[in-house]
Design a protein around this ligand. Structure first.
Ligand code: A2P
Length: 329
Protein backbone atom coordinates (compact mmCIF):
# COMPACT_ATOMS: atom_id res chain seq x y z
CA UNK A 1 0.00 0.00 0.00
CA UNK A 2 1.24 3.47 -0.83
CA UNK A 3 2.34 5.61 2.12
CA UNK A 4 1.86 9.36 2.29
CA UNK A 5 4.17 12.08 3.56
CA UNK A 6 2.22 14.10 6.10
CA UNK A 7 2.94 17.56 7.53
CA UNK A 8 0.99 18.59 10.65
CA UNK A 9 0.90 22.35 11.28
CA UNK A 10 -0.03 23.33 14.83
CA UNK A 11 1.07 19.91 16.07
CA UNK A 12 1.39 21.05 19.70
CA UNK A 13 -2.19 22.36 19.93
CA UNK A 14 -5.33 20.58 21.10
CA UNK A 15 -6.50 19.80 17.55
CA UNK A 16 -2.97 19.18 16.27
CA UNK A 17 -2.32 16.51 18.89
CA UNK A 18 -5.69 14.97 18.14
CA UNK A 19 -4.82 14.77 14.40
CA UNK A 20 -1.99 12.47 15.45
CA UNK A 21 -4.09 10.48 17.89
CA UNK A 22 -6.82 9.90 15.29
CA UNK A 23 -4.29 9.02 12.55
CA UNK A 24 -2.75 6.46 14.90
CA UNK A 25 -6.16 4.99 15.78
CA UNK A 26 -7.24 4.84 12.11
CA UNK A 27 -3.96 3.24 10.98
CA UNK A 28 -3.28 6.12 8.60
CA UNK A 29 -0.76 5.10 5.91
CA UNK A 30 1.97 7.55 6.97
CA UNK A 31 5.30 7.64 5.18
CA UNK A 32 7.38 10.57 6.36
CA UNK A 33 5.80 12.59 9.20
CA UNK A 34 6.82 16.16 10.03
CA UNK A 35 5.41 18.21 12.88
CA UNK A 36 5.35 22.02 12.86
CA UNK A 37 4.46 24.74 15.36
CA UNK A 38 5.74 28.19 16.26
CA UNK A 39 9.33 28.85 17.29
CA UNK A 40 8.13 28.67 20.93
CA UNK A 41 7.78 24.89 20.78
CA UNK A 42 10.44 24.05 18.17
CA UNK A 43 12.58 21.25 19.56
CA UNK A 44 9.88 19.74 21.77
CA UNK A 45 9.09 16.04 21.32
CA UNK A 46 5.79 14.36 20.40
CA UNK A 47 5.15 10.64 20.24
CA UNK A 48 3.46 9.02 17.25
CA UNK A 49 2.98 5.24 17.01
CA UNK A 50 5.66 4.67 19.63
CA UNK A 51 8.23 6.84 17.85
CA UNK A 52 9.44 10.23 19.04
CA UNK A 53 9.25 13.18 16.63
CA UNK A 54 10.83 16.61 17.07
CA UNK A 55 8.61 19.64 16.50
CA UNK A 56 10.06 22.06 13.92
CA UNK A 57 9.46 25.75 13.49
CA UNK A 58 7.11 26.36 10.55
CA UNK A 59 8.75 28.01 7.54
CA UNK A 60 8.16 28.46 3.83
CA UNK A 61 10.30 25.40 3.13
CA UNK A 62 8.38 23.10 5.45
CA UNK A 63 6.30 21.39 2.77
CA UNK A 64 8.88 19.93 0.40
CA UNK A 65 7.82 16.39 -0.44
CA UNK A 66 4.58 16.56 1.59
CA UNK A 67 1.57 14.77 0.07
CA UNK A 68 -0.91 15.89 2.74
CA UNK A 69 -0.75 18.90 5.09
CA UNK A 70 -3.11 19.08 8.06
CA UNK A 71 -3.40 22.62 9.44
CA UNK A 72 -4.73 23.80 12.80
CA UNK A 73 -2.70 26.82 13.86
CA UNK A 74 -5.23 29.62 13.41
CA UNK A 75 -6.39 31.76 10.49
CA UNK A 76 -3.26 33.88 10.07
CA UNK A 77 -0.99 30.84 9.73
CA UNK A 78 -3.42 29.21 7.28
CA UNK A 79 -3.71 32.39 5.25
CA UNK A 80 0.03 32.54 4.68
CA UNK A 81 1.10 28.91 4.64
CA UNK A 82 -1.82 26.90 3.17
CA UNK A 83 -1.20 28.32 -0.36
CA UNK A 84 2.53 27.65 0.05
CA UNK A 85 1.84 24.03 1.01
CA UNK A 86 -0.60 23.64 -1.90
CA UNK A 87 1.93 25.14 -4.33
CA UNK A 88 4.48 22.60 -3.07
CA UNK A 89 2.08 19.85 -4.19
CA UNK A 90 0.38 18.92 -0.91
CA UNK A 91 -3.36 18.45 -0.50
CA UNK A 92 -4.06 20.83 2.39
CA UNK A 93 -6.85 20.14 4.87
CA UNK A 94 -7.26 23.34 6.84
CA UNK A 95 -9.13 23.54 10.13
CA UNK A 96 -9.18 27.35 10.33
CA UNK A 97 -12.06 29.46 9.04
CA UNK A 98 -9.77 31.38 6.63
CA UNK A 99 -10.57 29.51 3.39
CA UNK A 100 -14.00 28.03 4.15
CA UNK A 101 -16.18 30.46 2.24
CA UNK A 102 -13.74 31.09 -0.61
CA UNK A 103 -15.15 30.23 -4.07
CA UNK A 104 -13.56 27.08 -5.44
CA UNK A 105 -12.45 25.81 -2.01
CA UNK A 106 -14.44 22.71 -1.04
CA UNK A 107 -15.86 22.73 2.51
CA UNK A 108 -16.27 19.09 3.37
CA UNK A 109 -18.06 16.78 5.77
CA UNK A 110 -17.00 13.46 4.23
CA UNK A 111 -20.35 11.70 4.82
CA UNK A 112 -22.10 14.51 2.91
CA UNK A 113 -20.07 16.14 0.16
CA UNK A 114 -16.71 14.46 -0.44
CA UNK A 115 -17.59 14.80 -4.14
CA UNK A 116 -16.99 18.56 -3.90
CA UNK A 117 -13.24 17.86 -4.07
CA UNK A 118 -12.05 17.77 -7.63
CA UNK A 119 -8.31 17.49 -7.03
CA UNK A 120 -5.35 19.32 -5.53
CA UNK A 121 -5.15 22.50 -3.48
CA UNK A 122 -6.85 23.47 -0.25
CA UNK A 123 -9.81 21.72 1.40
CA UNK A 124 -11.52 23.51 4.27
CA UNK A 125 -12.66 21.64 7.37
CA UNK A 126 -15.95 23.16 8.60
CA UNK A 127 -16.69 24.83 11.92
CA UNK A 128 -17.16 22.32 14.75
CA UNK A 129 -20.78 23.19 15.60
CA UNK A 130 -21.68 23.22 11.92
CA UNK A 131 -20.45 19.66 11.34
CA UNK A 132 -22.65 18.20 14.08
CA UNK A 133 -25.62 20.22 12.81
CA UNK A 134 -25.49 19.49 9.08
CA UNK A 135 -24.93 15.76 9.54
CA UNK A 136 -28.44 15.19 10.99
CA UNK A 137 -30.00 17.74 8.59
CA UNK A 138 -28.54 16.18 5.44
CA UNK A 139 -30.72 13.02 5.32
CA UNK A 140 -33.79 15.18 6.04
CA UNK A 141 -33.23 17.44 2.99
CA UNK A 142 -35.61 15.26 0.99
CA UNK A 143 -38.54 16.47 3.13
CA UNK A 144 -38.06 19.96 1.68
CA UNK A 145 -35.88 21.59 4.30
CA UNK A 146 -36.78 25.27 4.31
CA UNK A 147 -35.69 26.86 7.61
CA UNK A 148 -33.22 26.07 10.40
CA UNK A 149 -32.57 27.72 13.76
CA UNK A 150 -29.62 26.66 15.92
CA UNK A 151 -28.79 27.27 19.56
CA UNK A 152 -25.38 25.95 20.60
CA UNK A 153 -23.88 24.88 23.91
CA UNK A 154 -20.17 24.97 23.16
CA UNK A 155 -17.40 23.50 25.31
CA UNK A 156 -14.33 25.50 26.33
CA UNK A 157 -11.99 23.17 24.39
CA UNK A 158 -13.33 24.93 21.27
CA UNK A 159 -11.20 27.91 22.31
CA UNK A 160 -8.07 25.73 22.41
CA UNK A 161 -5.85 25.31 25.44
CA UNK A 162 -6.57 28.92 26.50
CA UNK A 163 -10.24 28.12 26.98
CA UNK A 164 -9.62 24.98 29.01
CA UNK A 165 -7.13 26.85 31.20
CA UNK A 166 -9.70 29.59 31.88
CA UNK A 167 -12.34 27.08 33.00
CA UNK A 168 -9.96 25.38 35.42
CA UNK A 169 -8.51 28.70 36.60
CA UNK A 170 -11.95 30.09 37.45
CA UNK A 171 -13.10 26.80 39.01
CA UNK A 172 -10.20 27.32 41.43
CA UNK A 173 -11.55 30.76 42.34
CA UNK A 174 -9.10 32.80 40.24
CA UNK A 175 -10.18 35.58 37.87
CA UNK A 176 -10.77 34.88 34.17
CA UNK A 177 -7.91 35.75 31.83
CA UNK A 178 -9.40 34.70 28.51
CA UNK A 179 -13.22 34.83 28.52
CA UNK A 180 -14.99 38.15 29.29
CA UNK A 181 -16.90 36.51 32.20
CA UNK A 182 -16.26 33.75 34.75
CA UNK A 183 -16.94 30.67 32.59
CA UNK A 184 -17.08 28.44 35.68
CA UNK A 185 -20.23 30.25 36.84
CA UNK A 186 -22.08 31.32 33.68
CA UNK A 187 -22.88 30.61 30.04
CA UNK A 188 -21.50 33.29 27.70
CA UNK A 189 -23.49 34.17 24.53
CA UNK A 190 -20.40 35.47 22.73
CA UNK A 191 -18.15 33.28 20.57
CA UNK A 192 -15.68 34.98 18.23
CA UNK A 193 -16.11 38.69 17.42
CA UNK A 194 -19.37 40.65 17.08
CA UNK A 195 -20.36 41.76 13.58
CA UNK A 196 -22.26 44.99 12.74
CA UNK A 197 -25.62 43.13 12.43
CA UNK A 198 -25.46 41.91 16.06
CA UNK A 199 -24.52 38.33 15.18
CA UNK A 200 -21.16 36.90 16.21
CA UNK A 201 -18.73 35.55 13.63
CA UNK A 202 -19.29 32.04 15.01
CA UNK A 203 -23.03 32.41 14.32
CA UNK A 204 -22.28 33.73 10.83
CA UNK A 205 -20.01 30.73 10.18
CA UNK A 206 -22.82 28.32 11.09
CA UNK A 207 -25.22 30.11 8.74
CA UNK A 208 -22.90 30.41 5.74
CA UNK A 209 -21.27 26.99 6.12
CA UNK A 210 -24.61 25.17 6.47
CA UNK A 211 -25.71 26.62 3.13
CA UNK A 212 -22.42 25.75 1.42
CA UNK A 213 -22.14 22.16 2.68
CA UNK A 214 -25.80 21.33 1.99
CA UNK A 215 -25.66 23.04 -1.44
CA UNK A 216 -28.63 25.20 -0.40
CA UNK A 217 -27.49 28.81 -0.90
CA UNK A 218 -30.98 30.18 -0.23
CA UNK A 219 -31.73 28.17 2.94
CA UNK A 220 -33.12 30.29 5.77
CA UNK A 221 -30.77 29.78 8.75
CA UNK A 222 -30.08 31.61 11.98
CA UNK A 223 -28.01 30.77 15.05
CA UNK A 224 -27.25 31.75 18.64
CA UNK A 225 -23.87 30.44 19.83
CA UNK A 226 -23.19 30.08 23.54
CA UNK A 227 -20.04 29.06 25.43
CA UNK A 228 -20.87 26.81 28.41
CA UNK A 229 -18.84 25.52 31.38
CA UNK A 230 -18.21 22.12 29.80
CA UNK A 231 -14.65 20.89 29.25
CA UNK A 232 -15.23 19.12 25.93
CA UNK A 233 -17.95 18.20 23.36
CA UNK A 234 -20.45 20.69 22.01
CA UNK A 235 -24.24 20.34 21.89
CA UNK A 236 -26.61 22.02 19.43
CA UNK A 237 -30.40 22.41 19.69
CA UNK A 238 -31.68 22.29 16.11
CA UNK A 239 -35.13 23.53 15.01
CA UNK A 240 -35.85 22.61 11.40
CA UNK A 241 -38.92 23.37 9.28
CA UNK A 242 -39.91 21.47 6.14
CA UNK A 243 -42.17 21.94 3.09
CA UNK A 244 -43.55 18.42 3.47
CA UNK A 245 -45.12 16.48 6.30
CA UNK A 246 -42.52 14.73 8.47
CA UNK A 247 -42.99 12.51 11.50
CA UNK A 248 -40.66 11.69 14.38
CA UNK A 249 -40.39 8.17 12.98
CA UNK A 250 -39.38 9.58 9.56
CA UNK A 251 -36.56 11.45 11.29
CA UNK A 252 -35.40 8.43 13.29
CA UNK A 253 -35.41 6.23 10.16
CA UNK A 254 -33.48 8.81 8.12
CA UNK A 255 -30.92 9.36 10.86
CA UNK A 256 -30.44 5.63 11.45
CA UNK A 257 -29.41 5.36 7.79
CA UNK A 258 -26.94 8.24 7.96
CA UNK A 259 -23.24 7.41 8.27
CA UNK A 260 -21.61 9.38 11.07
CA UNK A 261 -24.83 9.76 13.09
CA UNK A 262 -25.91 7.62 16.06
CA UNK A 263 -29.49 8.04 17.18
CA UNK A 264 -29.37 8.44 20.96
CA UNK A 265 -32.99 8.86 21.82
CA UNK A 266 -34.33 6.98 24.83
CA UNK A 267 -35.31 9.98 26.98
CA UNK A 268 -37.32 7.91 29.49
CA UNK A 269 -34.06 6.16 30.43
CA UNK A 270 -32.20 9.51 30.46
CA UNK A 271 -30.39 8.46 27.29
CA UNK A 272 -29.92 11.47 25.02
CA UNK A 273 -26.89 13.29 23.60
CA UNK A 274 -24.70 14.61 26.41
CA UNK A 275 -21.11 15.78 26.18
CA UNK A 276 -19.84 13.08 28.51
CA UNK A 277 -21.21 10.43 26.13
CA UNK A 278 -19.84 12.16 23.02
CA UNK A 279 -16.30 12.59 24.39
CA UNK A 280 -13.73 10.45 22.60
CA UNK A 281 -15.95 9.21 19.78
CA UNK A 282 -16.36 10.30 16.16
CA UNK A 283 -20.12 9.85 15.84
CA UNK A 284 -22.59 12.72 16.08
CA UNK A 285 -25.19 11.73 18.69
CA UNK A 286 -28.75 12.89 17.96
CA UNK A 287 -31.74 12.68 20.27
CA UNK A 288 -34.64 14.60 21.89
CA UNK A 289 -36.34 14.20 18.52
CA UNK A 290 -39.85 15.63 18.59
CA UNK A 291 -42.37 17.75 16.70
CA UNK A 292 -41.96 21.50 16.89
CA UNK A 293 -45.35 22.60 18.21
CA UNK A 294 -44.86 26.17 16.96
CA UNK A 295 -45.11 25.43 13.21
CA UNK A 296 -46.75 23.00 10.81
CA UNK A 297 -43.91 20.74 9.60
CA UNK A 298 -41.28 21.39 12.23
CA UNK A 299 -38.86 19.08 14.03
CA UNK A 300 -36.72 19.73 17.09
CA UNK A 301 -33.63 17.67 17.79
CA UNK A 302 -30.45 17.89 19.83
CA UNK A 303 -26.96 16.82 18.82
CA UNK A 304 -23.75 16.30 20.76
CA UNK A 305 -20.32 15.60 19.34
CA UNK A 306 -16.67 15.71 20.36
CA UNK A 307 -15.72 19.10 18.92
CA UNK A 308 -12.00 18.32 18.89
CA UNK A 309 -12.52 14.96 17.16
CA UNK A 310 -15.54 14.97 14.76
CA UNK A 311 -15.72 18.77 14.97
CA UNK A 312 -12.10 19.16 13.88
CA UNK A 313 -9.34 16.53 13.82
CA UNK A 314 -11.32 13.37 13.02
CA UNK A 315 -13.31 15.08 10.27
CA UNK A 316 -10.04 16.23 8.65
CA UNK A 317 -8.41 12.80 8.89
CA UNK A 318 -11.60 11.15 7.57
CA UNK A 319 -11.48 13.48 4.54
CA UNK A 320 -7.89 12.40 3.84
CA UNK A 321 -8.73 8.69 4.31
CA UNK A 322 -11.72 8.94 1.93
CA UNK A 323 -9.68 10.71 -0.75
CA UNK A 324 -6.91 8.11 -0.44
CA UNK A 325 -9.47 5.30 -0.72
CA UNK A 326 -10.99 6.92 -3.81
CA UNK A 327 -7.52 7.35 -5.37
CA UNK A 328 -7.83 11.14 -5.38
CA UNK A 329 -4.63 11.78 -3.40
P1 A2P B 1 2.82 26.69 19.72
O1 A2P B 1 2.53 25.57 20.67
O2 A2P B 1 4.26 26.72 19.32
O3 A2P B 1 2.28 28.02 20.15
P2 A2P B 1 -4.35 25.73 20.32
O4 A2P B 1 -5.46 26.02 19.36
O5 A2P B 1 -4.57 24.50 21.13
O6 A2P B 1 -3.99 26.92 21.15
O7 A2P B 1 -3.05 25.43 19.37
C1 A2P B 1 -2.56 26.32 18.40
C2 A2P B 1 -1.43 25.65 17.60
O8 A2P B 1 -1.00 26.58 16.58
C3 A2P B 1 -0.19 25.33 18.42
O9 A2P B 1 0.41 24.15 17.93
C4 A2P B 1 0.70 26.54 18.16
O10 A2P B 1 2.07 26.30 18.33
C5 A2P B 1 0.42 26.75 16.69
N1 A2P B 1 0.81 28.09 16.25
C6 A2P B 1 0.40 29.28 16.75
N2 A2P B 1 1.01 30.30 16.09
C7 A2P B 1 1.83 29.74 15.17
C8 A2P B 1 2.73 30.25 14.19
N3 A2P B 1 2.90 31.54 14.02
N4 A2P B 1 3.42 29.37 13.41
C9 A2P B 1 3.25 28.05 13.57
N5 A2P B 1 2.41 27.49 14.48
C10 A2P B 1 1.70 28.33 15.28
Amino acid sequence: MRRYNVAVVGATGLVGRTFLQVMEEYGFPVGNLRLFASERSAGSKINYCGQEFTVEELSENSFEGADIALFSAGGAVSEKYAPIAAAAGAVVIDNSSRWRMENGIPLIVPEINIGDFSGGGIIANPNCSTIQSVLPLYPLKKYGLKRVCYTTYQAVSGSGQKGKNDLFRTLNGDSPQFYPHDISKTCIPEIDVFLPDGYTKEERKMIDETRKILHMPELKVSATCVRVPVPNSHAVAIAAEFENEITVQDVVTALEGQDGVTVTNRPQEHVYPVSTLANGQDEVLVGRIRKDLSCENGILMYSAADNIRKGAAANAVQIAMRLIKEGKI
